[in-house]
Design a protein around this ligand. Structure first.
Ligand code: TYM
Length: 325
C-alpha cells in the first residue's frame, strides 16, 4: 500500500505563487507515489476574523484552484476540515499533552499575535495542535509544506511521540517534504516571506493575469542601496530564485554571469521572471475558468466520505487506548 501523505491550506482567497512553489506544486507531483489527502483548513482560517460569505466563497474557489492545478480526485482525497469533526476531538486530546511553553515559542504565533493585537485568541495559540491532529488523524507519514511550517511539523512529531509514550504506539512521526522553493519572499519587503497578510503588492496570486504579473514584478524591490557591496540584496536574490524554481536554469546562469560582471539590467531580469511565471500559470488559468461549482460539490462530498472512514477508525482506536467509556 502507498504511504499516506497529508497536507492542508487555508481557504484565504486565491493561493499566491509562494503557496504554489512552496507546497501545491509538490502536492501535484507527489500524488503519483502517495495516497494523497488534501485538506482545506477552514477551522484554522477562522483564527483570524473572516467574513462568513467570503470564507464560504473562498473555500469553494480554493477547491477549484486545486482541481485546476491538477490534484486528481480519482487518485487523491480532497476535503474540507470542518466536515470531519474528529479533527476537533483529536485536537482536544492532543491539547492535554502539549506544553503551553512549546506553543508560546512558535514563531508563527508570535508573528500573528503581533499583527492581530486586538484578537490574540486561544485558537491562535493552539493552532499547531489542530494541525498535528489533522496529520495524525490520517496517520500520515509525509507532509509537503513550505519551510514556514517546519516548526509546526516538528511539534507534531513531538506530540505524536508523547501520545505514543503515554497511550501506546499509535501514530507514525510525520516527515516534512520540502521543495526547492521552500520559502518565497515578499516582492515589496523581500526580507519577509510572501504572504497575503502583507498586502496586494507583495504577492502574485496564481490567478493574476499577465498584465498584473508584469506590473507587480516590475515594482518588486531590488537593491535598496543599504547592502554591502559584495552581497546580493534579498530582493534580487528572490528574483533569481524564481528563475531556478521555475526551471529556467539556462536564463538563471546567463543573468547570474551578467550580475557578477555588473552588466545586468534589472528590467531584463524582471522581464525574464514575469515571462516564466506567466508561462508556468497559463495552463492552470485556462483550466480554472472551466471548473463549475457542481464539480466542486461532487469532489468534496466524495472526499468527505473517504476522509471520514479513516478518521473514524483512528478515533475508535484512540478512544479505546485512552480509556473512554
Ligand atoms: P498556509 O495556508 O499558510 O500555506 C499553505 C502552504 O503554503 C506554504 N507557503 C509558502 N511556501 C513558500 N514560500 C512562502 N512565502 C509561503 N507561504 C506559504 C506553507 O508552508 C504551506 O505549506 N498551517 C498551514 C495549513 C495546515 C497544514 C495542516 C499543513 C493546517 N493543517 C497539516 C500541513 C499539514 C498553513 O497555514 O498553511
Amino acid at each position: 500500500m502507498s504511504k499516506i501523505l497529508f497536507s492542508g491550506i487555508q481557504p484565504t482567497g486565491t493561493p499566491h505563487i509562494g503557496n504554489y512553489l512552496g507546497a501545491l506544486k509538490n502536492w501535484i507531483l507527489l500524488q503519483q507515489n502517495y495516497n494523497g489527502i488534501y485538506c482545506l483548513v477552514d477551522l484554522h482560517a477562522i483564527t483570524i476574523e473572516r467574513d462568513p460569505e467570503q470564507l464560504y466563497s473562498d473555500t469553494i474557489n480554493s477547491i477549484k484552484d486545486l482541481l485546476a492545478l491538477g490534484i486528481k480526485p480519482e487518485k487523491s482525497t480532497i476535503f474540507v476540515q470542518s466536515h470531519i469533526p474528529e479533527h476537533l476531538e483529536l485536537a482536544w486530546i492532543l491539547n492535554t499533552i502539549t506544553p503551553v511553553a512549546e506553543l508560546e515559542r512558535m514563531t508563527q504565533y508570535k508573528d500573528k499575535a503581533k499583527e492581530n493585537k486586538n484578537n490574540i485568541n486561544a485558537g491562535l495559540l493552539t493552532y499547531p495542535v489542530l494541525m498535528a491532529a489533522d496529520i495524525l488523524l490520517y496517520k500520515a507519514q509525509a507532509v509537503p509544506v513550505g519551510d514556514d511550517q517546519l516548526q509546526h511539523l516538528e511539534l507534531a512529531r513531538i506530540i505524536a511521540r508523547k501520545f505514543n509514550n503515554r497511550w501506546g504506539d499509535t501514530f507514525p512521526e510525520p516527515q516534512a517534504i520540502l521543495p526547492e522553493g521552500k520559502r518565497i519572499m515578499s516582492l515589496s519587503q523581500p526580507t519577509k516571506k510572501m504572504s497575503k497578510s502583507h498586502g496586494e503588492k507583495n504577492y502574485i496570486a496564481i490567478t493574476d493575469n499577465p498584465d498584473t504579473i508584469r506590473k507587480k514584478i516590475n515594482k518588486a524591490v531590488t537593491d535598496t542601496g543599504n547592502e554591502k557591496t559584495d552581497e546580493m540584496s534579498p530582493g534580487v536574490k528572490n528574483l533569481f530564485d524564481f528563475l531556478l524554481y521555475l526551471g529556467k536554469n539556462d536564463i538563471h546562469m546567463k543573468m547570474m554571469a551578467e550580475y557578477q560582471n555588473k552588466t545586468i539590467k534589472y528590467a531584463e531580469l524582471k522581464k525574464a521572471v514575469a515571462d516564466s511565471i506567466i508561462e508556468e500559470l497559463a495552463d492552470f488559468q485556462k483550466r480554472r475558468e472551466q471548473i463549475k461549482e457542481t464539480e466542486v460539490i461532487e469532489v468534496i462530498t466524495k472526499g468527505k466520505k473517504q476522509a471520514q472512514i479513516i478518521a473514524q477508525q483512528t478515533m475508535q482506536e484512540v478512544r479505546k487506548k485512552i480509556g473512554f467509556l
